[in-house]
Design a protein around this ligand. Structure first.
Ligand code: GAL
Length: 401
């Protein structure tokens, strides 16, 4: 007899137009399999609000079926013994040979899968409204110095040069692209992966902070607290010319019917053409008591990793499938480039985990660094003071272990 339908409750922060469309693909798939979807959306891109709510729910004894959790934080939840394993689904679909090795390792705790990945987002993108650049008579910037020249011309033409949402995670997203663009992948890894104090205190880092602060002059007054998708909408409409954001922004362009290479450009942020900062969305599974809930959870795991789902989902989301050897024929030029750059940067050793999107460091380090970067950008902390705060955040990793 077929298993009883059970509720599947998934905590996520996919509430923008493009994100909701992508998530809709998952809901459709599960509902057609007889399950009931119980939505648990938490407003706020980047997931900071979602993380707080998740803790409250789990600690009070009512974990959802699964929640959007990424990178090293998966290990943390598993260590605290909250996660369930989805070994059967993983075996049946042979996850081990369908995923890049590092990704599989991040999804496992003590050798068993406790989470499933759905995509690869590239973070170091620059989104450009083609008509806006044309109006100002300029070409896309190729270095950060060049960006400021382009931005001056845009300002003269009455166009907001940079669309930005002043929230800590968005500030951090822009900053990581600057560090990657000016310091290169090796330096980026020293700072955000090895958490090396000397690199954090180096002149290269000071310069990245200075560049970051300068971008502020080219953002509009509505910046504080704006959601990322509202900033993307400004670029879509041509009110603003450029946004530095991961390729979930492409989900918004696609939903607005815009065509890459024509209406807009997706280019690596200045100086990052040969590197790739990755952000992998994944869902971690929470321990369930009832058998029907466990069955529903296994079905969710299988759905997330199915090739068809990864195709339809990522076509809407702006990302690429995380499964290796995925068929990319239906994807647009931005996604094709992302897929080939993902491979070539992995070979060249310039594929780096996104610090702003929880891929690089434990949560204590991540949040300390994010606060320092945001305070620098918004509250006028000095460069040396910020470097000291970043070092202190990096040291939190040692204290924790
Ligand atoms: C990221 C997440 C993406 C995207 C973005 C904005 O952290 O990985 O999938 O949704 O936040 O909400």
């Amino acid at each position: 007899m077929a298993a009883q339908a059970a509720d599947i409750e998934v905590l996520h922060w996919w509430t923008s137009g493009g994100e909701a469309k992508a998530l809709g693909e998952l809901i459709k798939k599960l509902e057609s399999g007889g399950h009931r979807w119980r939505d648990f959306p938490v407003l706020g891109g980047g997931g900071d609000n979602a993380a707080i709510l998740l803790k409250t729910r789990v600690v009070s004894g009512y974990p959802p079926t699964a929640a959007q959790i990424k990178g090293p934080e998966i290990q943390q939840w598993a260590k605290e013994n909250y996660l369930a394993t989805v070994t059967e689904a993983a075996k049946a679909q042979d996850w081990d040979s369908s995923l890049p090795k590092v990704v599989a390792a991040a999804m496992k705790y003590q050798g068993r899968y406790v989470a499933a990945p759905v995509n690869v987002h590239r973070v170091n993108w620059m989104w450009i409204n083609t008509a806006a650049l044309k109006k100002a008579g300029v070409e896309p910037p190729t270095s950060w110095d060049d960006l400021f020249k382009v931005a001056d011309a845009l300002q003269k033409a009455g166009i907001i040069p940079i669309a930005h949402g002043g929230q800590p995670w968005q500030d951090f997203t822009v900053f990581e692209s600057i560090v990657l663009g000016q310091g290169g992948a090796g330096f980026y890894n020293k700072v955000f992966v090895e958490l090396d104090a000397a690199s954090i205190q180096s002149p290269t880092m000071a310069k990245a902070l200075e560049t970051f602060r300068k971008t502020r002059q080219y953002m509009d007054k509505g910046t504080p607290n704006r959601e990322w998708n509202a900033a993307t909408a400004m670029v879509i409409k041509g009110q603003a010319a450029i946004q530095f954001m991961g390729d979930w922004a492409k989900g918004e362009f696609s939903r607005a019917g815009k065509v890459p290479g024509q209406d807009y450009l997706c280019l690596p942020a200045p100086g990052t053409e040969k590197s790739y900062s990755y952000n992998i969305d994944s869902f971690a599974f929470f321990r369930q008591r009832q058998d029907d809930a466990k069955k529903a959870q296994a079905d969710l795991a299988a759905a997330l990793m199915s090739p068809e789902f990864q195709e339809t989902f990522n076509l809407a989301k702006g990302s690429i499938p995380v499964r290796t050897n995925a068929n990319m024929s239906k994807f647009d030029a931005c996604a094709q480039r992302s897929a080939s750059d993902f491979k070539s940067t992995a070979e060249a050793g310039t594929l780096v985990p996104s610090i702003a999107h929880h891929m690089a460091a434990p949560e204590v380090v991540f949040s300390g660094m994010q606060n320092a970067v945001s305070a620098f950008f918004n509250e006028g902390a000095s460069i040396s003071e910020t470097q000291a705060r970043l070092v202190a955040a990096a040291k939190a990793a040692e204290v924790r272990e």
